[in-house]
Design a protein around this ligand. Structure first.
Ligand SMILES: Cc1cc2nc3c(=O)[nH]c(=O)nc-3n(C[C@H](O)[C@H](O)[C@H](O)COP(=O)(O)OP(=O)(O)OC[C@H]3O[C@@H](n4cnc5c(N)ncnc54)[C@H](O)[C@@H]3O)c2cc1C
Ligand code: SF4
Length: 634
């Protein structure tokens, strides 16, 4: 119990409390008609006749060259401005620049424009998205609590929101190798829906555009822009058309600066810019927050046989295939159209370096109670993503000079509920309200932090704060403590448990564990990595600078391989990291960066924090796509 019980929460009293050329930024016209450097790269397996989604930028009607930018200003009539910049980069000026078109970023954009309408004013708002389309990097299959959406778009039911399947059954099983023991469900999903989050954000993007928000899919924000007082004044996209060796290709194009009076970072879990801002402005210390803890979620969408599909059924499991000391569990949600979303979430503070989250997931699907459901079905999608599990204890002060961090980049997931969409949306709305008041009425962005602490996000996260750290003591003590918290103390226990070691420090050296032999995939229920990668549609332009950077290139061979048996070759769900024979009969690390799923597990779990995940050329990465019917396509 030396893991610190502190008798009052450290925070203030909480309960008081191109594919299509039409999607290009209007900066340069490419000289190369075959592939615009401003076009996002397509993933292999993408069908060229995929209809352009309705998230196209309103700039679509302009094919502008840099000398013709002023016509755009006059044509659109907004407050956005353009200017030439030093260093050959063009700049676009907005009132608010939002990085990331997930639930948080889009909620912020929508709220800002709603406030503009209500107060009869106008602010220019843009959203940058690194996926080739809105939703391309958002893995589907989600139990959605509509609380925030009810506040944001109260009439969503009449506006075609893709939220159609209410939760009908809520099951919770403890798995042993061959049995499934039913337990009382702690999830309380009454009033929630089983949705595809990827579809929901596409719908939200159309709502944002109707209000005048400009959305730029296929553009990754790679750099923060500061003024001379170290205040953030926007972001820049990375240069396109740069070769692996740093030389400029024929398609070279300078990045673009997007300057904003306010910048909102909505990059989701472990956002690369957000992490830098949290570090540089010491926001975790400022918010009296502990380090963040993470899990990796590995997920597939299946189409199963008709008779086995019960829309709205939600199942969560704990136990097998994970050992008693590794925190995690699986989920299985029945969506519509005979589709189910199945996944395994594993906390990244696992100790055994031989553990492979991908193979644990394959093993899970062979449990007799699960295999029978999947047999006869087929996989439509594969994806992986980290999620933050630090909850209340890990919230940083999300406000920095010139902007704020919203959604999972700050970390508002309610761990016992396994839900962060509603809190991400609400945080975006609160930040938008603060930003509007800053721009319209001279308020301070700190208003967001204050209103966050008075909001239901804070209350929710406070009540559930002890759930995750209780599992530091193992599965059974964790279940017992969380049942007490939930049913007896109801979040009012006057103590706040602290998290254990940061995830990267939790990995044991290999010598104290024996290697895990995973069964070979059978090709019907379980699959190998290349097959799964094909289903993720992931791809990156091959000839570009590495987006996975080793701070010290000698550490993999000097430390990771001899001490930890090369854990990156197992925790990465895309087998990006491989140890291969070198010229001197040793082993060296080879990085297949083009397979990356943007899950960010390597950024979190590398024992020496030697891997830095940076954004690749915009448009690279996974490609979750939907037919207009809502069916995913491969
Ligand atoms: C396996 C798994 C299961 C989950 N299940 C549920 C569930 O059932 N219910 C629930 O409520 N929540 C669930 N969650 C959590 C939920 O997905 C998140 O809380 C939510 O998506 C957070 O929204 P966000 O907008 O903060 O970030 P995200 O949804 O991650 O969106 C961030 C967006 O920003 C883009 N982006 C990132 N960096 C950049 C950059 N530098 N430049 C441009 N674009 C960028 C990304 O491509 C992405 O589109 C689950 C999460 C996982 C991983
Ligand atoms: S390289 Fe890193 S971010 Fe990419 S899939 Fe592997 S672990 Fe995830």
């Amino acid at each position: 119990m030396h893991r610190l019980l502190c008798f009052f929460p450290s925070k203030s009293n909480p309960l008081k409390n191109p594919i299509s050329p039409f999607r290009n930024l209007p900066i340069f016209r490419t000289e190369n008609p075959t592939r615009s450097p401003l076009r996002p790269a397509t993933g292999f397996g993408l069908h060229p006749s995929v209809p352009t989604p309705p998230n196209r930028s309103p700039l679509s009607r302009f094919h502008l060259v840099s000398t013709n930018l002023s016509s755009l200003i006059h044509s659109t009539g907004g407050t956005r401005r353009f200017s030439g910049e030093s260093g050959g980069r063009e700049a676009l000026h907005y009132d608010v620049v939002i990085v990331g078109a997930g639930p948080a970023g889009l909620s912020a954009a929508i709220r800002l424009k709603q406030l503009c309408r209500a107060r009869n004013t106008d602010l220019s708002v843009c959203v940058l998205e690194k996926g080739s389309e809105v939703g391309a990097h958002i893995i589907s299959g989600n139990v959605f609590e509509p609380r925030a959406l009810d506040e944001l778009i109260p009439c969503w039911r009449d506006e075609g929101a893709p939220i159609e399947v209410p939760v009908s059954h809520d099951k919770f099983w403890l798995l042993t190798e061959n049995r499934a023991l039913s337990l009382p469900s702690p999830f309380d999903n009454k009033g929630n829906y089983v949705i595809s989050l990827s579809q929901l954000v596409r719908w939200m993007a159309t709502k944002a555009e109707e209000l005048g928000v400009e959305i730029y899919p296929g553009f990754a924000a790679s750099e923060i822009l500061y003024d001379e007082d170290d205040k953030v004044v926007g972001v820049a996209t990375n240069d396109m058309g740069v070769a692996k060796d740093g030389s400029k290709k024929e398609t070279f194009q300078r990045g673009v600066e997007l300057k904003g009076h306010i910048t909102l970072l909505a990059e989701g879990c472990r956002g690369s810019l957000s992490e830098k801002i949290i570090r540089d402005y010491k926001l975790r210390d400022k918010g009296q927050g502990q380090h963040q803890t993470y899990a990796i979620g590995i997920k597939e969408v299946w189409e199963i046989e008709e008779g086995k599909h019960v829309p709205g059924t939600v199942l969560h499991t704990v136990g097998w295939p994970l050992d008693m000391k590794t925190y995690g569990g699986s989920f299985l949600y029945h969506m519509n159209n005979r589709q189910i979303s199945i996944g395994l979430v594993i906390a990244l503070n696992y100790r055994n370096p031989y553990l492979s989250p991908f193979d644990e997931f394959q093993k899970l699907k062979h449990h007799p109670a699960i295999k029978s459901l999947l047999e006869g079905g087929s996989v439509l999608q594969y994806g992986a993503r980290t999620l933050n599990e630090g909850g209340f204890q890990s919230i940083p002060n999300p406000v920095f000079p010139g902007g704020a961090i919203i959604g999972c980049s700050a970390g508002y997931i309610n761990v016992p509920k396994i839900k962060g969409t509603h809190t991400a949306m609400k945080s975006g709305m609160l930040a938008a309200e603060a930003a509007f008041n800053v721009l319209d009425g001279g308020a301070q962005m700190e208003m967001y932090w204050d209103s966050l602490k008075r909001s239901w996000i804070w209350e929710e996260l406070y009540r559930s704060r002890n759930y995750r750290p209780a599992f530091e003591y193992g599965l059974i003590p964790g279940l017992a403590f969380s049942a007490l918290e939930r049913y007896v103390f109801r979040g009012r226990l006057p103590l706040t448990l602290k998290h254990g070691k940061p995830d990267h420090e939790a990995t044991d050296i290999a010598g104290v564990h024996t290697p895990i032999q995973y069964p070979r995939p059978d090709g019907r229920v379980s699959f190998d990595v290349p097959t799964s990668l094909y289903r993720s549609n992931t791809n990156h332009e091959h000839d570009q600078p590495a987006h996975l950077r080793l701070r010290d290139p000698t550490i993999p061979e000097r430390v990771n391989l001899p001490l930890y048996a090369g854990p990156e070759s197992r925790y990465c769900p895309a087998r990006v990291y491989e140890y291969v024979p070198d010229e001197k009969h040793g082993m060296k690390l080879h990085i297949n960066a083009q397979n990356c799923l943007h899950c960010k597990a390597c950024d979190v779990k590398d024992p020496k924090q030697n891997i830095e995940w940076t954004v690749p050329e915009g448009g690279g990465g996974p490609g979750i796509k939907m037919h207009s019917s809502g069916q995913p396509i491969r």
